[in-house]
Design a protein around this ligand. Sequence first.
Ligand SMILES: [Zn+2]
Length: 253
Amino acid sequence: MYFDTHAHYEDSRFDGDREELLAGLPGRGVGLAVDCGSDIPSSLAARDLALRFAHVYFAAGIHPESAGEYGEEDIYKVEMLCREEKAVAVGEIGLDYYYDDAAPREVQIRLLKDQLRLALDLDLPVVIHDREAHGDCLETVKAFPGLRGVFHCYSGSAEMAAELVKLGWMFSFGGSVTFKNNKKAPEVIASLPADRIMLETDCPYLAPVPFRGKRNDSTLLPFVCEAVARFRGVSPEEIEALTWENGKRFFGI
Ligand SMILES: [Zn+2]
């Protein structure tokens, strides 16, 4: 069975077939999924999906792209959601320096720190989004000893990964590891201890090759699994089993 550790089924691109798609996942080899919110409405929607489907869990959090719309006073809304039974993480949260019109870096960092503190208080792991903000992400999470978490769609260097490994962090990989222009993924994936790797889709985004550019969903995980297995020189079955166990242990399912 596959575990999709990072999905966005509340996204409007699933409006036409969300129910049948989610209901059909176990029958198509996907036994578990974590739906990640990226602001308050999407975190609520992720929670609602988790309540309806036994194999779906959720994370609640405010993504850096929404950092400009939320402040300290909204953290309690995230907290209320994270205290619910099927909440398994605070996320997705992080730093995104890709867009020029994003919230200022200090605003993003403040919101991230507020949510890292919340995760420690609630004893929940965090799901980190790090886009072109590797140095600040590493520095910020290091300031919270004892914090557990995953860098989703990890795109940093092998050196940064080694540092995060020492701190106990996890790494999840999605469709971008199948892209030909992803030069770092093979080295990074080969370098990680087996117990730190998980699979994800980030669907509807980042469909793996040969579906690149199309809408992604959890049933395309085998393409990601095959690439990860190839980079590590093991069988896809081994990676499927390993990432299933790693995901369950990390999220406490
Ligand atoms: Zn995401």
